[in-house]
Design a protein around this ligand. Structure first.
Ligand code: SAH
Length: 214
């Protein structure tokens, strides 16, 4: 897979669309300019890679809408050097956007095939992230605490372990809901025992599944 001026032009159009939809963080938009989304898609979808659409990525999973990735990333308000935990590596596209923003990314995926594919693509793009194969509900206690946590699958509830692995003052962006739709929540950990929660709109993700590592 190669990048080209044509794909770069298509990326600029997508970035304008994201801007019109309310993505104003220039660093997030620059990351979208730097990560070629068509690398993450099956060859039959490549021509539509820069439309605001989700696509099948194998193992019954999907790469999220570009707008959803941009919206969640913007909500994280990342600063260079922060430690970020992502649940649901999937294609690795969101992982690469985070890595481009200069944070230390840790990402967990429960499908071995997707985990291995994402590893290859990160190497190809020369981006650094620590990719783990396992159950995201458990997080990564050995690498905690994290400044930020982002969940990219629909969680049936807010996993306690993941809140525990957040620093005080840290933020988690998590779509919560058991059906086809979830409410995007921004959870801020204000003390060892207290959090605040803000609801930020309805989205649709594949489910976050427990104890089903494949
Ligand atoms: N961030 C991804 C989105 C992929 S879809 C991207 O940009 O492509 C969500 C992913 O979450 C799927 O790959 C799914 O297998 C994974 N997932 C679901 N439940 C999980 C769990 N408990 N632990 C880790 N990953 C999980």
């Amino acid at each position: 897979m190669q990048d080209s001026f044509r794909y770069k032009g298509m990326r600029k159009r997508l970035i304008n669309e994201l801007r019109e939809k309310g993505i104003h963080d220039e660093k997030v938009l620059a990351a979208f300019d730097a990560v070629p989304r068509h690398f993450f898609l099956d060859s039959s979808f490549v021509e539509q890679a820069y439309s605001n659409m989700p696509f099948q990525i194998g193992s019954g999973q999907t790469i999220s809408h570009p707008y959803t990735v941009a919206f969640q990333t913007q909500l994280l308000e990342l600063k260079r050097g922060e430690k970020v935990l992502e649940i649901g590596t999937g294609s690795g596209f969101q992982t690469c956007i985070l890595a481009k923003l200069g944070v230390k990314v840790f990402s967990i995926e429960r499908h071995r095939e997707l985990h291995l594919k994402a590893k290859t693509i990160l190497q190809k793009l020369k981006l650094n992230a620590r990719l783990s194969f396992g159950d995201g509900f458990k997080g990564l206690p050995n690498f905690a605490p994290f400044d930020k946590v982002i969940i990219t699958c629909g969680a049936p509830f807010v996993p306690v372990e993941l809140v525990q692995q957040l620093k005080i003052g840290g933020v988690m962006i998590i779509p919560v809901g058991e059906g086809a739709e979830q409410q995007m929540q921004k959870i801020t950990k204000i003390s060892e025992t207290e959090t605040t929660m803000e609801e930020l709109g309805v989205f649709s993700f594949v489910p976050m599944l427990e104890k089903k590592v494949k």
